[in-house]
Design a protein around this ligand. Structure first.
Ligand code: NAG
Ligand code: NAG
Ligand code: NAG
Length: 457
């Protein structure tokens, strides 16, 4: 009986440990490369410095049907296209070549008014449109060139046509403005809203698709916490004071409006606000709504977070933690937001160095991009090692066994499933050793149920 008891405990331990390793690398690159018309065109581009492979770094991603879109901001010169995609149905390589989107021509900076300059985030909505937030600021790490105020571009994903181009009014642009993050409320395709975060002059721009108009919202919660600007990643220490950064929208709540979760980059606090307030221009730009913004709680030390995204089906908020090379989660159905109510999906000092982006696609797959950004900015990426990775997992598998696992709550379901497994094992075992198995397996089951009850409570 002692053997059976310990076998059961080992099983329990195995079940707990197994939950930790749930993201795998789907794509990886040493350097990003593009699909040129032919080898000669590629060499010409490299020779005249239009393409400098060491300067092309992926930052944002979006999976739509069989395409993975990648935003490649122009931190430096030599980025031939700042938005591209590859075909995920082609399984022949883990380092696919990039195809410029929507065309090479759209990225030609020699044009008087280039269509695309330097986008950081993109978002495909459920209506078949790709929203692109273009900062229109190139070369921030070399010689900064501002092509004009930030803009939103919306493409039709059925034919790649540009549906709309909306340049932010000059009044939205303040000293130091920098628009990098985007969320789209697409409950109603004809009445969709875009939310664009200004990290440099903290603020939020709300854009109405139906009115083709935008307004800028101010709030103190958009500002960085001066005590949370110290970073240390992979041996590189630096200080950032970025404001409003991570944006994530819940599914529509019973009143028809989503909840916008948000945080500044240099902060460890998470906030939220209902879009019912943001979508009304009069209200959103008045002082009346100050107290309707909510403080959810804090993630504790090293809890600075970058990109975030809510999976509408499980209602789990996924977010990146650059300081600890990790992806964490929090169930938005959880009333408590504290360091204890957060779940750890994955962390790796090799595969997740600077997790830059997180998304969930329409097929319930989680996608995470890591890009060693701190090395790119403050040091130099070594072209001989893998620098960029896209990791993936099924959402339900990813949250299994974490604090975000919604299945954890209805206890009978777990007991039933795990019981089957245990029963199988116990029966096999008893057959092997040919002893009176009934009382032994009953004892194991009781032991197991007790353990589950203890671990859940
Ligand atoms: C500065 O930017 C221009 C394009 O605006 C580019 O042609 C030039 O090479 C850049 N200079 C440096 C030193 O990177
Ligand atoms: C900043 O982080 C580094 C590395 O973790 C640490 O040694 C240092 O004390 C921190 N500085 C402050 C002011 O918190
Ligand atoms: C927007 O808010 C204002 C001020 O509360 C209110 O008077 C107005 O009716 C609202 N507009 C809409 C379209 O809900």
């Amino acid at each position: 009986m002692a053997t059976l008891q310990s076998a059961c405990m080992i099983l329990l331990l195995a079940a707990v440990v197994q939950c930790k390793d749930n993201l795998r690398v789907a794509y990886e690159w040493k350097e990003m490369d593009f699909k040129y018309e032919n080898a000669e065109a590629r060499w010409t581009a490299i020779e005249n410095h239009e393409f400098r492979p060491d300067n092309v770094i992926p930052f944002g991603l979006e999976k739509y049907r069989s395409r993975m879109y990648v935003a490649l901001p122009r931190w430096k010169n030599g980025v031939p296209a700042s938005l591209a995609y590859f075909d995920t149905s082609d399984q022949s390589t883990k380092s696919p070549l990039l195809i410029p989107f929507p065309s090479w021509q759209a990225h030609n900076l020699a044009e008087p008014d280039p269509e695309l300059v330097s986008p950081f985030r993109i978002r495909a909505d459920r209506c078949g449109r790709l929203w692109v937030l273009d900062s229109r600021i190139a070369g921030v790490l070399e010689n900064t060139t501002i092509f004009g105020p930030a803009q939103l571009l919306v493409y039709d994903l059925h034919n790649d046509d540009l549906l709309r181009r909306y340049k932010f009014p000059n009044g939205h642009i303040k000293q130091g403005s920098f628009f990098a993050n985007l969320a789209i409320e697409d409950t109603d395709c004809e009445n969709s809203f875009a939310y664009a975060a200004d990290l440099g002059a903290p603020g939020l721009v709300v854009y109405s698709w139906s009115q083709d108009e935008s307004w800028r919202v101010q709030h103190n919660f958009f500002h960085p916490d001066p005590l949370a600007g110290n970073y240390s990643i992979g041996g590189i220490e630096f200080q950032w004071d970025d404001g409003l950064y991570g944006l994530a929208l819940s599914k529509a709540q019973p009143n028809g409006f989503a909840t916008l979760y948000f945080h500044p980059l240099s902060s460890t606090t998470e906030f939220s606000v209902s879009t019912s307030l943001l979508r009304n221009k009069t209200l959103a730009t008045s002082n009346e709504i100050y107290h309707d913004f909510k403080i959810l709680g804090t993630r504790g030390s090293n809890g600075q977070s970058g990109a975030e995204f809510v999976d509408p089906r499980t209602e789990v908020l996924f977010y990146t933690l650059p300081n600890v090379n990790a992806l964490d989660c929090w169930s938005t159905t959880n009333a408590e937001y504290s360091s204890d109510s957060q779940g750890r999906i994955y962390s790796s000092a090799q595969e997740l160095v600077f997790p830059s982006e997180v998304k969930v696609d329409a097929e319930d797959r989680l996608w995470v991009l890591s890009n060693k950004l701190q090395e790119f900015i403050y040091d130099e990426l070594y072209p001989g090692s893998v620098n960029y990775r896209i990791l993936t997992a099924n959402v339900v598998d990813a949250i299994e066994g974490t604090a975000c696992d919604t299945k954890m709550k209805p206890l009978p379901e777990i007991v039933e499933n795990e019981l089957d497994k245990i029963l199988d094992t116990v029966i096999n075992k008893t057959n092997d050793i040919a002893t009176g198995g009934v009382s032994a397996s009953t004892f194991s089951i009781i032991l197991f149920i007790t353990a589950v009850l203890l671990s859940v409570s």
